[in-house]
Design a protein around this ligand. Structure first.
Ligand SMILES: O=C(O)CCC(=O)C(=O)O
Length: 262
C-alpha cells in the first residue's frame, strides 16, 4: 500500500491534486516541439484535437507518457502494473483556443471497472488568462452523468453536462507552470474556458489504468501500451512500443536507443 502523501490526501478530499516541477525544461521543450511536429504532419487538425489515434506509431509520445516521473505519480493511484488508456494534447492557440465544456471524463470511457487516473502535464504555463483547467472540487463523489450534445459555442468535446446543473462560481482554477502536473479523478466535473489571451495554452492529458482495468473494444485500442509492471492475462491486448526511425518520427533525446529493452 502506497504511503498517503499530502497530494494524495488532497485528491481524496477534492478529487484533484497538483505536483510541482515534475518534468524538466528540456523534456517540456521537446513536448512543445512535438505539438508543432504533429500539427505540421496532420494539416487540417485543430491543435486542441491531437488524440491518442496519433500515438500508436509515435516513439516520442510513448517515451513521454512512460517517463518514470509520471509513472511514479500514477503508481500512487493505480498501483504498480500500469497501462496507458489514452492521451491527448489540448493545445489552445492564442486568441481562439476553444473551451472544454463542463464534463466528467468517465462518461466517455469504455473502461471496466472505471479505475483510471488522469495526469495533466502542463506544456505551457496555464492560468485563468489562457484557459487553464477548472474543477468543481468534491464532485468526484457524484455519479457519472450522461453528456449532452452541446454546440452552442465551438468547443473541444462537442458535448457537456447540462449547464443548468453547474455552479461555475464554485470552480477552482488549476494554475500550473510548464512542467507541473495535475491529477484528477474520472468523476470530477471539470472543464476550461476559451483562450482569449495572446499566449498558447497547451497541456497533455494522460489516462493511466491499472492492468486489471479492461478496455472494452472489439478492435486494438490505438493507445493501449503496458508502461510498467505486468499485464494481467486476458484483460487487454497491448501494442509494442514503437521503434524510432529517422525521417519518419520526431527526433528526441535518446531516440536512437528507443525503445529501451524492458
Ligand atoms: O485541457 C483542458 O482544458 C481540459 C482537460 C480535460 O478535460 C481532461 O483532461 O479531462
Amino acid at each position: 500500500m502506497s504511503e498517503i502523501t499530502p497530494e494524495r490526501a488532497h485528491y481524496e478530499r477534492d478529487g484533484y491534486a497538483i505536483y510541482r516541477g515534475v518534468i524538466d525544461a528540456g523534456l517540456v521543450a521537446e513536448a512543445s516541439d512535438h505539438v508543432d511536429w504533429l500539427l505540421a504532419n496532420n494539416p487540417g487538425l485543430r491543435p486542441e484535437q491531437l488524440h491518442n489515434n496519433l500515438m500508436t506509431n509515435d516513439p516520442f509520445w510513448v517515451r513521454l507518457v512512460a517517463d518514470d516521473r509520471l509513472l511514479d505519480i500514477a503508481q500512487q493511484y493505480v498501483g504498480p502494473d500500469i497501462a496507458l488508456f489514452a492521451s491527448h494534447y489540448i493545445s489552445k492557440p492564442p486568441g481562439d483556443g476553444q473551451p472544454v465544456l463542463w464534463h466528467q471524463d468517465g462518461s466517455y470511457w469504455p473502461l471496466e471497472p472505471m479505475e483510471v487516473v488522469t495526469l495533466w502535464l502542463a506544456v505551457d504555463d496555464s492560468d485563468a488568462e489562457n484557459g487553464c483547467m477548472r474543477v468543481l472540487p468534491g464532485t468526484q463523489h457524484t455519479e457519472l452523468q450522461e453528456m449532452q450534445k452541446n454546440t452552442e459555442v465551438e468547443n473541444v468535446l462537442g458535448s457537456s453536462i447540462d449547464p443548468a446543473k453547474i455552479t461555475p462560481g464554485d470552480a477552482t482554477d488549476i494554475d500550473l507552470a510548464a512542467g507541473d502536473v495535475s491529477v484528477h479523478h474520472a468523476n470530477i466535473i471539470h472543464g476550461s474556458n476559451a483562450n482569449t489571451s495572446d499566449r498558447r495554452r497547451c497541456g497533455l492529458t494522460i489516462r493511466y489504468i491499472p492492468a486489471t482495468t479492461r478496455i472494452l473494444t472489439n478492435q486494438q485500442w490505438p493507445s493501449a501500451f503496458l508502461l510498467r509492471g505486468k499485464a494481467v492475462d486476458s484483460v487487454n491486448d497491448y501494442l509494442s512500443w514503437p521503434t524510432y526511425q529517422s525521417g519518419e518520427h520526431m527526433p528526441f533525446d535518446g531516440c536512437q536507443d528507443w525503445p529501451p529493452t524492458h
